[in-house]
Ligand binder design. Structure first.
Ligand code: CA
Length: 367
């Protein structure tokens, strides 16, 4: 897959830096080159600056009382993270420019991101089975390496043990007592974060599953809910049919517009917004399902195939290892991003040993 157009992303570690990826290379660019998207972010910045002083005072008070963070509010979303949804074979409209792309097999993808409870259970089994081990306060595991082609800026990923989980990291919601992993209180049904690409891949591999490809991820996020009509019929090209484009080429899993109560983004003002600082905290998986939580009304916004949280909350690692590059790619946008970065074609990249508070994953499997 070629990625010719400049794509604007928020840096996974630095919210003040915007990056431009061309065919997977990463280079930091000056703000004006970010064009319309950056202008939008400047508009948002102005809005943020206009927050009344009272609200800022409340925010600071919340931050002060959240250090160390108390257990978060507990909400049962009713969405079972053990469930999978089926994505049928067929064409869909891929990317910002709605290219027709065929996937000629049906597959399944997890209905939600992998939770902290699921990852802790897996770690205990994988440790006992010798699939991963603990060294220097890290969970590490073997990876057979990437093929190195010597391209400019390509980094060697040789065979060896690589970081899966940084034990004790402040962003990790898992706890280790020297024998077993558990979950920090209240985060059981939140998506696991601070897991590297190696750690995400190892989880899926352990169960005989896999990380989704980017194309699989995107189709699962945006549909279509009904098969596209024949590409031979020129009157049905996406740009010729506004109605079809609206349904099949949607920007978010539910449509073309986004409201605060449809996804966990930066300043979405969800019940977890001010718990741990400016970027907010994760929401439980499946949170945006139409339920009301302590007075906070969400909208029910699964993807056309029923997958939740395909926009926002945490970036999701995808599986491809592209020739000539060591970066791995994530989809979906996160709690640390403005709404426009939650669009289904947004992507972010990081080295495979990157871990952070806004990056998780879900698995796919053959049908
Ligand atoms: Ca938020």
């Amino acid at each position: 897959m070629m990625w010719q157009q400049c794509h604007f992303e928020e840096h996974p570690e630095r919210s003040d830096v915007f990056c431009c990826g061309v065919e997977g290379s990463r280079r930091e660019i000056s703000a004006p080159r970010c064009g319309r998207d950056f202008s939008r972010s400047l508009e948002m910045t102005k809005v943020v600056r206009a927050i009344p002083l009272l609200l800022i005072a409340l925010l600071l008070a919340a931050c002060a009382s959240a250090s160390p963070p108390a257990a978060p509010p507990q909400f049962d979303t009713g969405v079972d993270p053990e469930a999978w949804v089926t994505v049928p074979a067929g064409e869909f409209l891929f990317g910002q420019h709605a290219e027709r792309v065929q996937i000629d097999y049906a597959y399944e993808i997890m209905v939600t991101d992998v939770t902290n409870a699921q990852y802790a259970r897996y770690l205990n089994k994988a440790l006992a089975a010798g699939k991963v081990k603990i060294a220097n306060h890290q969970v590490v595991g073997y990876y057979p390496g990437d093929k190195f082609t010597g391209r400019r800026h390509e980094k060697k990923i040789d065979a060896g043990d690589y970081l899966h989980v940084p034990i004790g990291d402040k962003d990790l919601r898992l706890a280790y007592d020297g024998k077993l992993f558990g979950v920090k209180s209240g985060y059981e049904n939140h998506p696991v974060v601070a897991i590297t690409w190696f750690g995400a891949k190892a989880y899926c591999d352990y169960f005989g599953w896999r990380l989704p490809t980017e194309i699989e991820w995107e189709k699962a996020a945006r549909g279509p809910s009904t098969p596209l009509r024949s590409a031979q019929d020129s009157t049905l090209l996406p740009e010729r049919s506004a109605a079809k484009s609206k349904e099949a080429g949607r920007a978010y899993p539910w449509g073309d517009d986004i409201a605060k109560n449809q996804a966990n983004s930066y300043n979405s003002f969800d019940p977890f917004e001010f718990r741990i600082g400016a970027q907010g905290d994760t929401t439980p998986v499946g949170f945006y399902n139409g339920k009301t939580y302590a007075g906070y009304q969400t909208r029910d916004v699964p993807s056309p195939y029923g997958a939740y949280d395909m926009a926002g909350n945490v970036w999701q690692w995808t599986g491809e290892v592209y020739a000539g590059m060591h970066y791995r790619f994530m989809r979906g946008g996160s709690k640390a991003n403005y709404e426009y970065n939650l669009r289904v074609w947004s992507r972010n990249s990081a080295e495979p040993d990157y871990f952070g508070p806004s990056t998780g994953f879900r698995c796919a499997r053959n049908k």
